[in-house]
Ligand binder design. Sequence first.
Ligand SMILES: Cc1cc2nc3c(=O)[nH]c(=O)nc-3n(C[C@H](O)[C@H](O)[C@H](O)COP(=O)(O)OP(=O)(O)OC[C@H]3O[C@@H](n4cnc5c(N)ncnc54)[C@H](O)[C@@H]3O)c2cc1C
Length: 404
Amino acid sequence: MKKNNISSLPHNECCGCRICADVCPRECISFIEDSEGFFYPQVNEDLCISCGKCIRACPEINSTYNPKANIVTAAYAEIKSDRDAGSSGGIFGLLAKAILRSGGKVWGAAFDENLKLKHRCASSLSELPPLLKSKYLQSDTSYCFKAILNDLRDDKLVLFSGTPCQCDAIKNIAGKYQDKLITVEVVCHGVPSQSLFDKCIKNIEDRDKCKITSFSFRAKYKGALHPQAFSYVCKKNGNEKTIKGLHYQFPFYFGFQKYITLRPSCYSCKWARPERTADITLADFWGIENYDSSLNAKQGVSAVILNTDKGVDLFNNALQKENIWCETLPIEAAIENNGCLKSPTPLKKEREDFFTALRTKPFDEVVDSFLTSKKQWIFDIYYGMPSFLRRIIRKVMDQRMNYE
Ligand SMILES: Cc1cc2nc3c(=O)[nH]c(=O)nc-3n(C[C@H](O)[C@H](O)[C@H](O)COP(=O)(O)OP(=O)(O)OC[C@H]3O[C@@H](n4cnc5c(N)ncnc54)[C@H](O)[C@@H]3O)c2cc1C
């Protein structure tokens, strides 16, 4: 990098965490949307004093990792409503409650009333629910790192949750306040943009002449024994209706699962490896049934990887105060069936065609060509099969898949 600021970082090396804008003493870094819908920093060179703070804070330039953990805990919230409130075992919610009960603050990704995903702070139990559950798009972290640093300076305990790149970002600037900061990362295979999500929502609103008011990527309604079950609430003529389905029945979700809509840097993610950056790593415990036949990942079992002493303390604190079932297993049990604990999501050839079409064609055509399953009946049969058969099929398909 020639200049002593973030401006020459290539797009595919910017994870979009926005920490550079938060640490700039001249406030001369803005985030500008590109034609794919992702945001990148733009430095006002007239104001920049080349202090280098943005470069030192950047997690892509200064990635940090804990030593690889030896053990992992399979865990879930024993109270059904706590488990159903989360995407997998509901463990994040219980860790957050432990922090809030100790007078701390919790940061996480939440939709606002317009379905814009932003990082927000919960200071009380009543503010926690919107932070729960995975939302499969990039969350806007504008100004949140500045606010967290202020809380840390005021000696407040802060739990920051997010993607690994976001956790590494806050760690980079916490400095002497590290002791008061606890980071919880979700294992992440990449994020699409808010703009694509907005387009897909609007497409359905226009088609069905309704207004979508909430969206869940991990709906756990009765009979939804599938991790990629979605539900959304839409309003039409004053009436509310809940629509449910599986990922291949919602264009945005279908594209996300095909890995063709992710941010460029996600395909070379520096945190998709066994060594983790946060104090605690949370993931779905895929394949848990191979280690304990009484469990089933589809019913919501989290892999909780405790990477630091701070992480161990928080988990033990939650174990004492909350109803958590857990079992210790070797780390390989979690890594074996979770691609993003090993390596980044492979770049698909179709990604470029998708974004070219998004720039040049009407959105309805893009949905038809790239975001709609041509053979829904195959999915219907596939998802009707027992999971062990689906695993075998996936393995064979993976081997035949043509990646770039
Ligand atoms: C974009 C994304 C991709 C993921 N990919 C995988 C994967 O490939 N394999 C896997 O095992 N698990 C993946 N997960 C994690 C998994 O879905 C669960 O979130 C995790 O197991 C925790 O579940 P829980 O029930 O304990 O808590 P939950 O209540 O589900 O935890 C929610 C937590 O996720 C955070 N969060 C939600 N959405 C976002 C977002 N867009 N950006 C930043 N933080 C967010 C919240 O702040 C909160 O901390 C992914 C999550 C996300 C957000």
